[in-house]
Design a protein around this ligand. Structure first.
Ligand code: MG
Length: 382
């Protein structure tokens, strides 16, 4: 399919950090996607969760199924806008690689532990995974992905941190935008989690259809579904409403973005980067509906008593692991403890803390719980 002039193209890519001969049968962005799918951090996404902890049930979204849903939404929109589907898929599949176990509670706990040592931010960690931590290639560190995929992975970043991130950090300093595929993966992430969190919340019984009737975006399609059908099961209602909500947001992004692109007519990905506003966007109405939906989720799902109790436990697990390792790095597995510098070379313990953060961030939900038992249960031998 022909790409629009403003799409990312392998021929005009800003390239990889280490030059490599091209593959012959795959584009550079297909190759990025394939490297992501074959990395260990990607497989770990299966056992990391966002809202529900992995052992709560087999039907809830994990970071892996979330990432696949983001890729699905992003590819649909990319194809409609003649953007680069391979690139948007690579970014979508990689966007959560740096997330800790236990969703946002885990990220917040690790960030609090790392506060005196430069902090912890999952976007930056995702980039660190693909740039540094995945090391199995002979010729380079990390996965040696293209600039455009790395640009998409680094979704947010503060200015002080951006200063240390080289080429991909520059846009946070000069206020420019990333390519359209990166903007699109970002919005698709939002569409995916708002909708699947409602689905999971209803399935878990933490949310009810009655509660959701007060949320305008849900209400609109709930009324439509109830007008079309009678005798639907709750499961069918849930699905029929949510598929319409996703479709509404997808169509809205396609139409709004196409209009913005037609108005500005950027002639290259660099023209997109230099535009004075992001070109992939919701309409003002969809944005408002989405914000209301998000608010509802914060009030009713993310701070639900049952979710709160689990996340509070998760916070304690992460903090206990971090404190124990910082205090005595000999507790770390040898491949990490061997790299801890002597205290005289690392007086503020920043290097030690970063190694520990890398180890903890890589843990899946169940690995973190198991490691906690191994460290603190006196009856556990190994
Ligand atoms: Mg995500």
């Amino acid at each position: 399919m022909a790409l629009a002039p403003y799409a990312a193209r392998p021929e005009t890519s800003r390239g990889r950090r280490v030059d490599e001969p091209s593959s012959g049968n795959r584009t550079e962005y297909q190759r990025d996607r394939d490297r992501i799918i074959h990395c260990a951090a990607f497989r770990r996404l299966e056992y990391k969760t966002q809202v529900f902890v992995n052992h709560e049930g087999d039907l809830f979204r994990t970071r892996l199924t979330h990432s696949v849903e983001v890729a699905q939404i992003a590819r649909t929109i990319a194809r409609s806008l003649s953007l680069n589907e391979d690139l948007v898929e690579a970014i979508s599949l990689a966007h959560d690689l740096g997330h800790t176990a236990f969703g946002h509670a885990g990220q917040d706990a690790l960030n609090a532990c790392m506060k005196p040592h430069g902090g912890f931010e999952h976007n930056i960690q995702s980039l660190r995974v693909v740039d540094v931590l995945e090391n199995k290639y002979a010729a380079f560190a990390g996965l040696n992905l293209t600039f455009e995929t790395r640009e998409g992975i680094l979704k947010h970043c503060t200015k002080p941190k951006a200063q240390h991130l080289g080429d991909v950090g520059r846009r946070f300093l000069d206020g420019s935008f990333p390519g359209l595929e990166a903007q699109l993966a970002n919005l698709s992430d939002e569409i995916a989690y708002n909708n699947h969190d409602i689905d999971d919340g209803l399935r878990a019984g933490l949310l009810t259809l009655e509660q959701l009737a007060g949320v305008p975006l849900f209400e609109r399609f709930y009324a439509e579904v109830m007008g079309l059908y009678t005798n639907l099961s709750d499961k069918q209602i849930r699905h029929e409403v949510i598929r319409r909500m996703i479709n509404f947001l997808v169509v809205d992004v396609i139409e709004t973005s196409q209009a913005a692109l037609d108005a500005l007519r950027p002639d290259s990905i660099d023209a997109v980067r230099e535009a004075d506003h992001p070109l992939i966007a919701f309409s003002p109405e969809a944005r408002r509906l989405n914000i209301e939906l998000k608010r509802f989720l914060y009030r009713n799902l993310y701070s639900h008593h049952q979710v709160y109790r689990i996340t509070s436990k998760a916070r304690r697990v992460i903090k206990a692991l971090f404190d124990a390792f910082l205090d005595d790095p000999k507790l770390l597995p040898p491949k990490f403890s061997e790299r801890v510098p002597p205290e005289s070379d690392d007086p503020d313990r920043d290097i030690r803390a970063r190694l520990i953060a890398d180890y903890i961030a890589g843990m899946t939900d169940r690995y973190a719980l198991d490691e906690y038992d191994r460290l603190f249960d006196p009856r556990r031998l190994r």
